[in-house]
Design a protein around this ligand. Structure first.
Ligand code: ZN
Length: 471
């Protein structure tokens, strides 16, 4: 039996106003080569100055991912030539990274994080049919690189790890992690070994993968490729491969370079990064609640299911709506259902951002209270929410204006229930034969008849009573 040893290097592009070592703005869609200066172009004599915000963002991420924060760390030059790297080296961190020895728990297993370090992005090559162009707007944009130990065993763990990193970075306000804009990319390294072995075998690396699904496909493909070689008596050679997601294959790029090839040395133009106790304390106090903590709090405080807690905590705006609603006396489960049901449905349908939701948690609390007091049905709450997206009216006003109050009047409900029973003889028959979901169907029909206003619990009782009375 064999097992895979998978390590990830995740690059998170930071949402700072300016670049890492100069005051050029960080803009995703700017005119080509318009956000450049002598520093990020690497002109002789230009001196870099560290953007302090990056240190704060790195510390936030390090704390959230259980790392030790090193009070002294250092920049290093990573030397290599590539047309998108005008300086001929990248400012990164070598042996002294800002955060070290962290971990993320995935399904009860610890995925160790070797380090998180600060580095700058390179420019972008644009290949046309005739020529290759280069845009330096991205050169010098700050990145954090999260390097794991090869503790990941399969694609599912890799997916959960990547999602945790993304959700954490977003919750900390350090990056929006939009993969389509290249704000989150990863390198994957894979090796295989006999189960029970401690030593690691030679690994292969796949570089610059820019979607979760491509990362997972590349892992699956390379594990299979390596197993085939190993099982037929061959051995793996260390190499860097390029994952081509279109043809679903990896191709050899180069036999793997080692750290030494980059001739890392301390960056002479930048002083060490020193974080004193006071600064660390300030960063801690100003830091937004990280994703993993928020998820645990939602489970413990609001008794939400794991799925609901993770889904809501992974979106800062949903989290804010829930927390505000809870401060105003809402029922957590009702609000969670509304967020992940009606609200996310409308957000997706209208292709909105959750930041554009036009109402606040206080209104959601008001709505959830109307539902809990049985003044409106849950279905009617969906209609209220739809109207809340288009008007400034309060839930109470919407209920009154649209006559959405719940029908709890038994005579009226009995009439509806009788009519539905008459019209749906087949379902009645099924119910009599013991098919319980036929009852659900009949309840649904009554809700439809009353345009969602009937009290569903009463309807169910009424139907059961009427069906019982029938021969
Ligand atoms: Zn610049």
């Amino acid at each position: 039996m064999y097992e895979a040893c998978i390590g990830l290097e995740v690059h998170v592009e930071l949402d700072t106003a300016s670049k890492a070592f100069c005051s050029c703005p960080v803009k995703y869609k700017a005119e080509l080569n318009s956000c450049v200066c002598p520093v990020c172009m690497g002109l002789p004599g230009a001196m870099p100055v560290l953007n302090k915000k990056i240190v704060e963002y790195a510390v936030r991420l390090g704390l959230a991912l259980n790392c030790s924060i090193n009070t002294i760390s250092q920049h290093a030059r990573k030397n290599y030539f590539y047309p998108d790297l005008p300086k001929g080296y990248q400012i990164s961190q070598g042996a002294k990274s800002i955060c070290t020895d962290g971990y993320v728990e995935i399904n009860g297993r610890r995925i160790r994080i070797n380090r998180i370090h600060i580095e700058e992005d390179a420019g972008k090559l644009i290949h046309t049919q005739k020529e290759t162009l280069v845009d330096f707007n991205r050169a010098g944009v700050p990145l954090l690189e999260i390097v794991t130990e090869p503790d990941i065993r399969n694609c599912e763990e890799a997916r959960l790890f990547l999602e945790t990193v993304r959700n954490t970075a977003v919750s900390l306000g350090i990056s929006e992690c939009r993969m389509e804009q290249g704000q989150l990319r990863c390198d994957v390294n894979v090796s295989v070994r006999k189960k029970g072995d401690d030593a690691l075998n030679e690994r292969c690396e796949m570089k610059n993968i820019n979607s979760f699904s491509a990362a997972l496909r590349s892992i699956e493909h390379d594990v299979a490729r390596q197993l085939e070689i190993v099982k037929s008596g061959g051995s793996i050679t260390r190499e860097t491969r390029r994952w081509d997601d279109i043809v679903q294959k990896s191709v050899l790029l180069r036999s793997k370079e080692s750290e030494g090839d980059y001739r890392y040395f301390p960056e002479p133009d930048l002083p060490p990064i020193v974080i004193d106790e006071e600064w660390l304390k300030k960063i801690k106090t100003e830091m937004p609640e990280p994703f993993l903590e928020k998820t645990e709090r939602y489970k413990a405080m609001y008794s939400l299911s794991e799925y609901d807690a993770i889904t809501i905590a992974s979106d800062v705006n949903y989290g804010l709506l829930l927390d505000t609603a809870m401060k105003h006396g809402a029922d957590a489960k009702t609000v969670a259902n509304m967020l992940l049901g009606f609200i996310s449905h409308i957000v997706n349908e209208r292709a909105m951002e959750t930041a554009q939701i036009p109402f606040d948690g206080k209104s959601l609390a008001e709505l959830s209270i109307l539902v809990c007091k049985n003044e409106i049905s849950y279905t009617a709450a969906g209609k209220v929410i739809e109207i809340m997206f288009d008007t400034n009216l309060s839930p109470q006003e919407i209920v009154e204006n649209n006559n959405l109050g719940q029908i709890s009047d038994e005579t009226a409900l009995e009439k509806t229930a009788k009519a539905v029973i008459e019209k749906n003889t087949k379902s009645v028959c099924d119910y009599k034969k013991g098919k319980m979901n036929a009852l659900g169907y009949l309840v649904g029909q009554c809700m439809k008849e009353t345009k969602g206003k009937a009290n569903p619990a009463l309807v169910k009782k009424m139907l059961e009573k009427l069906l019982e009375e029938m021969e």
